[in-house]
Structures are given as structure tokens and as C-alpha cells.
Write a protein that binds this ligand. Structure first.
Ligand code: FAD
Ligand code: NDP
Length: 492
């Protein structure tokens, strides 16, 4: 039995394991509701030795550095466009990788600092240590200063995940992951990006924009889980920008040559044909593994499933006083705003008056490729699977962003569609947009979709001209009609 403290038999009401988006949101909200909380966070260095501060993946090695590098690459494109708009710019513009990395890292350090101050102001106790369970109410924390044992009534596991490495020779010794890329102390150069999910495509996209030579290796399909027509257009738009895609190939080995270059052997998954090529960098973007191993969950009796934790609709695990939120939970979107909202709502249910549960449906998301793709709701194939092809109407169209005309940027892949009910109210089930500032375009429409948006409402919405978001209000051609979805005019 733990010693009796002023908080009952336990040291804390709540121990939150993981100081990322989910854990911090949960810990801060729980304290605001009056609970005595400690939040643990510990980052194990990558095989290359990269490590970072409090705040988790999003701030340190995820959304934030990714968006900054994406922006850096878009700015390079914009400088070239500026010449067409009449700016006198030096033709030989070139990015300085080290300067970019140092600007990005400085921003991250400032966010780490603000996070620490915020935790102190909000009276959330923070421990920089690795937590593992001794029993359902006790945890040991490994810290620089030695081990410490603490007890708590309740636990929230918010440990997130880390990138996987493939099980092939040379993968760990010579490859890097997104955990290393944003602080890499040399130019990436010619880069093999293995994996065609969010991370692979986004990294390949900004590397190309920054003047490097990425190649994307695709094991099966691009952007699994997304609308495959849109995924195909994303890949086409990247290939049009000069990024080669190696379809149906898997890596076999990575070897370091005396020149310092990396020799990669890879195999066609159907024909068995083996090829090889040399690269300066090999980036693994083959998915992420939940960080369950260090937690010693068996000591607490918490079950795991495929390196993740299964929870019910209250984020409860199979052990009554232990919950899990964020990327560590199985089968839910691995996105920062999902982690934050789920963490906050859990704290309010545990320590406030609230009964509100997290709604994981219709979560909007953006893939920050050079031409961005954002969507909310169902893909066309999922809508067809759920309701049947006869019950689905797809309104679609290509469009021409006004700002693309003068620099003569390609409009070939600027496309959008609304997947809707065919009859009755024509409720919109999904919206998909490929084009500039996709996240900004879809965010507001996501609120509309969640509020029961119909095709009629969409068509009765007056657009803001000239924007690309207004194209959603101009959709009037259905796929079923077979009519040409390319625009004739822009202003009438
Ligand atoms: P994390 O943020 O990973 O936090 C978990 C923390 O717990 C980590 O600091 C970890 O080191 C620590 N920890 C683990 N085990 C222990 C332990 N035993 N004891 C103590 N501490 C421990 N999402 C978006 O919404 N938009 C984007 O644009 C986007 N871009 C991304 C780009 C990249 C390259 C990556 C990798 C991810 C991106 N994501 C994006 C996903 C987003 O970063 C995650 O969904 C989010 O960070 C998950 O938060 P979390 O709190 O669950 O986990
Ligand atoms: P994903 O699971 O999205 O993609 C993994 C990719 O790697 C797939 O193309 C997969 O192919 C391929 N792959 C898996 N194993 C192997 C292997 N052994 N050899 C070769 N290829 C392989 O993971 P990511 O790492 O890209 O992203 C993780 C999560 O992070 C995302 O799901 C997302 O939620 C989040 N994220 C969000 C972002 C955003 O909001 N903009 C940006 C980045 C990440 P296959 O399809 O054949 O399995």
C-alpha cells in the first residue's frame, strides 16, 4: 500500500506519461479541473544521436519543422514566379540548408522554452524521465539523477510513436528517418525516400523544392487509406515536378561505399528484378511504431495490440484506472489536433463535469505535398463501399487558380470533388481538394460538413472571388454525367 498523502493513498491523482500534444493537453486540463498531476516526458536519441526537448513529435520532429521546410520550398517556387510578375530577382537563387536547419531548430527551441514556462504557469509538475509500470498504480521513472518511484490513482498513457526501420542490412547504420531530417547537419543531396504515406511524400516534396533530388520508393500504393483518385493526382503532380516514383519496389540492403555514397539494392515485388543505385541519403518513411516497450505494460495488466493500445470510446484501456490517448491508441487518426482534443476531453471527463467523448469521425487533414491535398469525410471508394455506387453522386471539376496564370504554373492537377448522397437531401459525405493552401481551404468546409452540409447549401453559398476555395461553390458537374469537368471560364 502506498503511503497516505494529503491526496489520499497516492502521490498524485494523475500521472500522464508522455509530454507530447496529447499528454500536455490532458495534463494542463486536468490541473485546470483541480487534479494533482505530474507529466513525464523522455526522448530516447535516434541511432544517429538526434534528440530533442519537451513537446513531443509535432513540435520537435513533426508538423512544425515539416511545415517550415515545406514553406521554405514553396518560397523557392515563389521567387521564380516573382520574376514573371515583374520582380527583378537574381536567377541563381539557392537555399542554404544549414541556415534553414538552424532557423527551424531555433524556432523549435523557442517553442520548447514556451512549453516549459506554460507548464510552470499552469502548475503542471513536469519530470524529464522515462516511466515504466511496476503495478497498476505505481511507476518507476528513470532520470539522469537516478530512479524514482511514484504512485497515482489514475494514469494516462500518451507516449506516441517513433519511426520504424526496415529489417534489412544497413538500414539502421546508414539510413535516417524524419526524426533526424529536420536537424541534419549536412545537405541531404540525392535522397531515396522509402514509403509513400504522408511523411514520405511530404519530405520528398520539400526536398525537391529545396533543390535536392528525391526519389520515392512505393511498396504498393500511394497514400493508402486516402481517396485513390486524389492520391494518384498527388503522385502525378509530384512526378510532373521531376520527382521519380519507383512503383512496386522494396529495399533489400544499404551499403556505404568508400566514396561515402550509399549503395541501395532494391527488388520489384512482383517480377523479383533486382536493381541498385547510389544515394547521399536514405530516408525511411515506412510508418511509426507505438512506444509500448519501455512501459512494462504487463506489470499493470494493460493489453497491447500491434504496438498500440486498444481503448473504448472513453479512451479507457482494459485496466480500470489506466487510459490512453493520442498516437498510441489503435485505429484512430495519428494527428496533432486529434491528440489535443482527445486529451483535453478525457481530462474534463475524469476531473470536470463533462461527459463529452471524442468524435474521431470526419477529421479533416492535409498532405503538405508541393501541390497540397486536403480532405474531410469519406473517400469516393469508402462512400461507394458504405452506400453502394447507385446511391453516391460525385460532383467534380478541374480549376485554374488565378495566381497560376502569369507564371504559367501547371494547372493540370488542380482538381476538387464533393462526394455526396445521390438522392434526397444530397448530404455531403466527403470533400477533396488538390491545390494551393489546401489546409486553409478545407478547414472551414470541415465545420460545414460536420454540421450536415448538403449539395444544395454548397451551391447556394456565394463564393469569395477570386479564390480557389470558391470552386467548391461552383461544382455542378457530376461524374455520372460524363461531362467535361475542365473549366471554360473563370469569372462568369
Ligand atoms: P507524441 O507527440 O509523440 O508525444 C509522446 C511523448 O512521450 C514523446 O515525447 C515521447 O518521447 C514520450 N515518451 C514515450 N515513451 C515514454 C515513457 N515511457 N516515459 C516518458 N515519456 C515517454 N499531424 C498533424 O496533425 N499535422 C501534420 O502536419 C503532421 N505532420 C507530421 C509530420 C511528421 C514528420 C510526423 C512524424 C508526424 C506528423 N504529424 C502531423 C503527426 C503528429 O505529430 C502526431 O499525431 C502527434 O504528435 C501525436 O501526439 P502524441 O502526444 O500522441 O505523441
Ligand atoms: P504511413 O503509414 O502513412 O505510410 C507508410 C508508408 O510506408 C506506406 O506507403 C507503406 O506502404 C510503406 N511501407 C511500410 N512498410 C514498408 C516496408 N517495409 N518497405 C517499404 N515500404 C513500406 O506512415 P507515415 O510514416 O508516412 O506517417 C505516420 C502517420 O503520421 C500518418 O498516418 C499520419 O497520421 C501522421 N502524419 C501526418 C501528417 C499530416 O497531417 N500532414 C504528416 C506526416 C505524418 P503500404 O501502403 O504498402 O503499407
Amino acid at each position: 500500500m502506498a503511503p497516505v498523502t494529503e491526496n489520499g493513498p497516492y502521490d498524485y491523482d494523475l500521472i500522464v506519461i508522455g509530454g507530447g500534444s496529447a499528454g500536455l493537453a490532458c495534463a494542463k486540463e486536468a490541473v485546470a479541473c483541480g487534479a494533482r498531476v505530474v507529466c513525464l516526458d523522455y526522448v530516447k536519441p535516434t541511432p544517429l544521436g538526434t534528440k530533442w526537448g519537451v513537446g513531443g513529435t509535432c513540435v520537435n520532429v513533426g508538423c512544425i519543422p515539416k511545415k517550415l521546410m515545406h514553406q521554405a520550398s514553396l518560397l523557392g517556387e515563389a521567387v521564380h514566379e516573382a520574376a514573371a510578375y515583374g520582380w527583378n530577382v537574381n536567377e541563381k537563387i539557392k537555399p542554404d540548408w544549414n541556415k534553414l536547419v538552424s532557423s527551424v531548430q531555433n524556432h523549435i527551441k523557442s517553442v520548447n522554452w514556451v512549453t516549459r514556462v506554460d507548464l510552470r504557469d499552469k502548475k503542471v509538475e513536469y519530470i524529464n524521465g522515462l516511466g515504466s509500470f511496476l503495478d497498476p498504480h505505481t511507476m518507476t521513472i528513470k532520470m539522469k539523477s537516478g530512479d524514482r518511484k511514484i504512485t497515482s490513482q489514475t494514469f494516462v498513457i500518451a507516449v506516441g510513436g517513433r519511426p520504424r526501420y526496415p529489417d534489412i542490412p544497413g538500414a539502421v547504420e546508414y539510413g535516417i528517418t524524419s526524426d533526424d531530417l529536420f536537424s541534419l547537419n549536412r545537405e541531404p543531396g540525392k535522397t531515396l525516400v522509402v514509403g509513400a504515406g504522408y511523411i514520405g511524400l511530404e519530405c520528398a516534396g520539400f526536398l525537391k523544392g529545396l533543390g535536392y533530388e528525391p526519389t520515392v520508393m512505393v511498396r504498393s500504393i500511394v497514400l493508402r487509406g486516402f481517396d485513390q483518385q486524389m492520391a494518384g493526382l498527388v503522385a502525378d503532380s509530384m512526378e510532373e515536378r521531376g520527382i521519380p516514383f519507383l512503383y512496386q519496389y522494396v529495399p533489400l540492403s544499404v551499403e556505404k561505399l568508400s566514396s561515402g555514397k550509399l549503395l541501395v539494392k532494391y527488388e520489384h515485388s512482383q517480377s523479383g528484378e533486382v536493381r541498385s543505385d547510389t544515394f547521399d541519403t536514405v530516408l525511411w518513411a515506412i510508418g511509426r511504431k507505438g512506444l509500448v516497450d519501455d512501459l512494462n505494460l504487463a506489470n499493470a495488466g494493460v493489453h497491447t495490440f500491434k504496438d498500440k493500445i486498444q481503448v473504448d470510446s472513453y479512451e479507457a484501456t482494459n485496466v480500470p484506472n489506466i487510459y490512453a490517448v493520442g498516437d498510441i491508441i489503435y485505429g484512430k487518426p495519428e494527428l496533432t489536433p486529434v491528440a489535443v482534443l482527445a486529451g483535453r476531453l478525457l481530462a474534463r471527463r475524469l476531473y470536470g463535469e463533462s461527459t463529452q467523448r471524442m468524435d474521431y469521425t470526419d477529421v479533416a487533414t492535409t498532405v503538405f505535398t508541393p501541390l497540397e491535398y486536403a480532405c474531410v469525410g469519406l473517400s469516393e471508394e469508402d462512400a461507394v463501399k458504405e452506400f453502394g455506387a447507385d446511391e453516391i453522386e460525385v460532383f467534380h471539376g478541374y480549376y485554374k487558380p488565378t495566381e497560376f496564370f502569369i507564371p504559367q504554373k501547371s494547372v493540370r492537377h488542380c482538381y476538387l470533388k464533393a462526394v455526396a448522397e445521390r438522392h434526397g437531401e444530397q448530404r455531403v459525405y466527403g470533400l477533396h481538394y488538390l491545390g494551393p493552401v489546401a489546409g486553409e481551404v478545407i478547414q472551414g468546409f470541415a465545420a460545414a460538413l460536420k454540421s450536415g452540409l448538403t449539395i444544395k447549401t454548397l451551391m447556394n453559398t456565394v463564393g469569395i472571388h477570386p479564390t480557389t476555395a470558391e470552386e467548391f461553390t461552383r461544382l455542378n458537374i457530376t461524374k455520372r454525367s460524363g461531362l467535361d469537368p475542365t473549366p471554360a471560364s473563370c469569372c462568369s
